[in-house]
Design a protein around this ligand. Sequence first.
Ligand code: FES
Ligand SMILES: [Fe+2]
Length: 425
Amino acid sequence: MTQVDESRPLTREENDLLTQTGPGTPGGELLRRYWQPVALSEELPPSGAPRPVRIMSEDLVLFRDDGDRLGLLGLHCAHRGADLSYGRLEDGGLRCIYHGWLYDVSGRCLEQPGEPAGSTFHERLRHRAYPCREVGGIIFAYMGPGEPPLFPAYEPLLADEGYRVSKKRLSDCNYLQSHEGNLDPEHLSFLHHGLPRREGNFYSAPPIVRTEETPFGGRVYSIRPAPDGMRFVKTTCFVMPNINATGPDHGGFQMGWHVPIDDFSHWRYSVGFRRTAPMDELARTESVSEIADGYRHVRNRANRYLQDREAMKTWSYSGIGTSNGPQDACVQEGMGAIEDRTEEHLGTTDQGVLLARDRLLRAIQDVLAGRDPPHVVRDETSNHHDIRVVTAVIPGDRDWYNFWESSQEAGVVSPFRALRAAGRV
Ligand code: FES
Ligand SMILES: [Fe+2]
């Protein structure tokens, strides 16, 4: 268990290592060692048009061939660079509409109709291609070198369709800003808080924060005082390299991937699930009114997130509606496209942020040294991950670190059940 009172800011070199994700950058090479989301399944229905996608500064085309196999190829045709997302889906692949070159999902060029009969030119050509997997309503790709690792067996992705919801949202800033936001429990007492601070609200007091390393990354514990001598305990997981597991207690949790589009914008893919009951319609569609076309927030920098100064006087700390997403976007995009972490002054509640930076910087060194970084899974027997997200109110004299081993015991109360019992929700 780690406790840090103050910490030095990052050096410029460290900030660059963590935030630069294009091909050939050390940080980009680290992210490419793991399966990454590239689209929602709903964006590419069977027989749907190929889609251009930009991931980690690479322009690619995602498609299903006429045998329903997924392909992810370099966007620009190997012949003279035409955009393959306008191509034809036929004859076992994707055919460029400029001169008819045909590619299969593995990047082999099957035909070059303009070349002489008997030419072997096409056999010597290999277009950029990445393997894909479709799991839990999300299409993932492996964009790294060598043999892909096993696909990680994350519980939310394995949930049946009615028990989970998969989403994506656009953020106009570097991926690390949003990633670190999920590892910072203190902001729940401010940014996402209502007004006035009701007596007994579980987030009223800033937390004590503790962290620990785990094989998958680490856990962040926040402990707050609760009414009647109880304590409110919450764990969040940092999962290598760009994943968080967070959530309220609905008998499940949410995993989110912060996937760079380039170094100045990213997608946040998420999968929320419940173990014991299907997600109801409200849980599946909540905050839809906050989402515009293209998986963008209605509230954005151009309209100053529709911040309401009157609401700030009465019921909203931020004045930015009731949905966490736009509130997070306001502060994270407001840091600038890439936050200058050489100017920070981290405090005692920033330990989750420190844990992630430390693990990422060490993992980058692993990759530079030619080693697999942590949580690259190559062995089926170790493809199970103790990613638990716990939110509970426990007696003040109870051990907050170990209680979750037996969280079904009497005396450990879901905060939502406690709120309901108290008539607050
Ligand atoms: S540019 Fe694609 S076939 Fe010529
Ligand atoms: Fe947040």
